[in-house]
Design a protein around this ligand. Structure first.
Ligand SMILES: O=C(CO)[C@@H](O)[C@H](O)COP(=O)(O)O
Length: 218
């Protein structure tokens, strides 16, 4: 199984974003994780399609993976596609018409993912599993970077992986929250193949952190 590292710019210093994106690109990091927060679904506010469009002008190569922590995902989808986003993950807790939302994402030409808060059961994706490119297991409560990984989420990752195998589903398993050099191998061992890393990637030397995380996956 090949494992992907997805740096979350929520953990970056926003004054250095252009420079940091260039460093990630130079080290062949394939994807940038973009946390869109609205101050309603989660208490924090970050950025939206206009700012993402500006970041798109810095890199053509990197996949832009938007994680929407918003109460009204539907209203953002067309603008995210226009901003150059490749992949959108919505929260099952925030999308009352999940089938329609996922269909819209696909029709706009983007990959579709669903995120589950720590207390949300895996059953909630049962009827849309075949539509998904990604399932994101939140390993902290969403809203802020720098939180502590919830150890009980390891069993949830394994449960999702087993469900995926049993049903022969094609989505990747992404994890997000509190990932560091001490636990990355463990989440991978439990079945995660796409690892979002915020503060542990951007605190200190970005170049060294990229190298250390890749080394930890060997
Ligand atoms: O979605 C979120 C937080 O809600 C994340 O993407 C964070 O940005 C991860 O940051 P760390 O926990 O790795 O510091």
């Amino acid at each position: 199984m090949s494992v992907k590292i997805s740096p979350s710019i929520l953990g970056a210093n926003f004054c250095n974003l252009e420079q940091d994106i260039k460093v990630l690109e130079q080290h062949a990091v394939p994807v940038l994780h973009l946390d869109v927060m609205d101050g309603h679904f989660v208490p924090n506010i970050t950025f939206g399609p206009d700012q993402i469009k500006m970041l798109r002008s810095v890199t053509e190569k990197m996949e832009f993976d938007a994680h929407l922590m918003v109460t009204d995902a539907d209203s953002l989808l067309a603008r995210l596609a226009d901003a150059g986003v490749d992949s959108v993950t919505v929260h099952v807790e925030a999308c009352p018409h999940l089938y329609r939302t996922l269909t819209t994402i696909k029709n706009l030409g983007m990959k579709a993912g669903v995120a589950l808060n720590p207390a949300t059961p895996i059953d909630t994706i049962k009827h849309v599993g075949h539509m998904l490119d990604r399932v994101l297991i939140m390993t902290v409560e969403p809203g802020f970077g720098g939180q502590k990984f919830i150890p009980g989420m390891l069993d949830k990752i394994a449960e999702l992986n087993q469900y995926k195998q049993e049903k022969s589903l094609g989505f990747s398993i992404q994890v997000d929250g509190g990932i560091n050099l001490g636990n990355i191998a463990e989440v991978v061992r439990h079945g995660a193949s796409d690892i979002v890393i915020g503060s542990s990637m951007f605190n200190g030397s970005l170049e060294k952190n990229i190298q250390d995380f890749y080394a930890a996956l060997k």
